[in-house]
Design a protein around this ligand. Structure first.
Ligand code: FAD
Ligand code: 2HG
Ligand code: ZN
Length: 483
């Protein structure tokens, strides 16, 4: 139900924004009918096509000052807004719930500063992740985050969701690599905390509140990031493994034997690879099927040395029968194709119509048990019987093994109340019992907001509410936490 405390947008409001932003292309106006429904639809619909809002106005400010004026005006006029970056979020947080105004960072896409000695990058929130990384590649640096949506997601969106991605095990979380943020608070105040310093122990580290806040306490307009040196030698291997236990052993060995050059350790089960193969129709990297696969990447400075290290690691794992088959990329094409076996899973899962997604952190030993228990539960309930009529196509598990972060996904032919009831709260209770997290890296959004209690206690949620109220007392802003 729409919250009636918020005002409905009028022509007068639209006139204000048009005057403020000047350019026609900066306002998509479905209020007066200047813009057609299909121009607004991409901003109303999320990446999964699961969450749909009813916004009629999209604003694309070109500067921090414009964002400030927009938010100040919205706050004073009780107009609700939702910040949007690349709209690749997977928890429904980037699209309006009702008719909130979408404030998009797409026109704020300039790189502001780069220091070739320290690797500090300062850039607008709307710079696309891949664009930032290509800029850095020319300078010999790398963005400390990489993920499948890199071609569309914005770095402001990445910081707002505290995205984890494929190389967190090597470069760490954005809580460590982001040095500063510039943000606009809900009342229009500009917070300039765009520090370029690695060390700054002068009071509270307020920028941390914005990292992973999902737009609840302000809109990030720029970020300062400490970027590492780009490795000259990058290798990737794709391995077939017969059991989860052996996968655990392989991970342990990878840490021991590859140590400082290990840059990714990703897990995929056979179900996820079967779906990828079915949808893409590609040639499989390995002959035959294996219950589990892992993708191991190394990034170092000496190509010969690193290849030799990886080869002897693989030989050792084969000799010890930890791994049953494996392949190493021989060129750039193979490198990309092996990575796409992992990065492309998300896209292929949606092939049959819908997906229930659980992005969870669980103690590593029990991580895959959740997939098996969920699969059994859906089979026992008669919701997955292998036929074309069955609502569930398959239950798959993959993810960032190196970070104990599992992606449990249930691919379905249609969204179905019975499937939902079998999954929830079952999955959340399962995770809570093991002190895990119900959202490891995608955030809460609208999808997980009401389940926060499974991962955070009352005191913590209470403090979060106080922070939210401090930054946004009237809530005339995208709000995800219960208020
Ligand atoms: P959006 O989707 O536009 O927004 C996400 C949230 O942040 C929303 O709540 C929005 O209101 C808020 N927001 C956006 N911009 C701002 C801003 N400037 N200020 C304040 N709030 C803002 N995530 C991972 O962690 N790891 C992965 O490996 C990963 N892989 C993915 C692969 C695919 C194929 C896809 C589709 C998604 C993947 N994601 C992954 C999800 C991930 O959250 C996003 O891709 C990314 O971080 C979101 O960036 P965005 O610019 O698209 O943000
Ligand atoms: C990934 O690691 C992303 O590929 C998406 O975080 C996971 O689709 C998912 O559940
Ligand atoms: Zn992920």
């Amino acid at each position: 139900k729409r919250d009636e405390r918020f005002a409905q947008i009028t022509n007068e409001h639209v006139d204000y924004f048009k005057q403020l932003l000047g350019k026609d292309s900066a306002v998509i106006d479905g209020v007066t009918g200047a813009a057609a429904e299909d121009e607004i639809e991409p901003f109303n619909l999320d990446w999964m096509r699961k969450y749909k809002g009813h916004c009629k106005l999209v604003l694309k400010p070109g500067s921090t000052e414009e964002v400030s004026k927009i938010l100040k005006y919205c706050n004073e006029n009780m107009l609700a807004v939702v910040p949007q970056g690349g709209n690749t979020g997977l928890v429904g947080g980037s699209v309006p719930v009702f008719d909130e105004i979408v404030v998009s960072t797409s026109r704020m896409n300039q790189i502001r500063f780069f220091d070739e000695v320290t690797g500090v990058l300062v850039a607008d929130a709307g710079v696309v992740l891949e664009v930032a990384d290509q800029f850095l590649a020319e300078k010999g640096y790398i963005f400390p985050l990489d993920l499948g949506a890199k071609g569309s997601c914005h770095i402001g969106g990445n910081v707002s969701t505290n995205a984890g991605g494929l190389r967190l095990l090597r470069y760490g979380s954005l809580h460590g690599t982001v040095l500063g943020v510039e943000a606009v608070l809900p009342d229009g105040t500009i917070l300039n905390d765009l520090s370029r310093l690695r060390k700054n122990n002068t009071g509270y580290d307020l920028k941390q509140l914005f990292i992973g806040a999902e737009g609840t306490i302000g809109m990030i307009t720029a970020v300062s990031v400490h970027c590492p040196q780009r490795s000259k030698a990058v290798n990737v291997a794709f391995l077939g493994v017969e059991s989860y236990d052996k996968l655990l052993q392989a991970f342990r060995e990878a840490k021991t034997q590859l140590g400082e050059i290990l840059s990714a350790f990703e897990l995929m089960d056979s179900q996820s690879q079967n779906i990828y193969h079915k949808v893409k129709g590609n040639t499989r990297p390995l002959d035959g099927e294996h219950p589990f696969y892992c993708l191991i990447e190394t990034s170092g400075s000496n190509s010969e040395h690193d290849s030799a290290k990886l080869e002897s690691f693989l030989e050792d794992l084969m000799t010890k029968e930890i791994v049953s088959d494996g392949v190493m990329a021989q060129d750039e094409t193979q490198f990309k194709s092996l990575w796409s076996q992992r990065e492309g899973i998300t896209e292929t899962l949606g092939h049959w119509g819908g997906v229930y997604k659980y992005d969870v952190s669980i103690p590593i030993k029990e991580m895959y048990q959740l997939v098996e228990d969920t699969r059994k539960r859906l089979e026992d309930a008669g919701l997955k019987d292998g036929t074309e009529e069955s609502p569930v196509v398959d239950v798959v598990g993959y993810g960032h093994m190196g970070d104990c972060n599992l992606h449990l996904n249930i691919a379905v032919r249609r969204y179905d109340k019975k499937v939902e009831e079998a999954l929830e709260p079952f999955v959340y209770e399962w995770i809570s019992k093991r002190n895990g997290s119900i959202s490891a890296e995608h955030g809460l959004g609208i999808a997980k907001k009401k389940y926060i209690g499974y991962s955070r206690n009352e005191t913590t949620v209470g403090l979060m509410k106080q922070i939210k109220n401090l930054y946004d007392p009237v809530s005339a802003y995208s709000f995800l936490l219960p208020h």
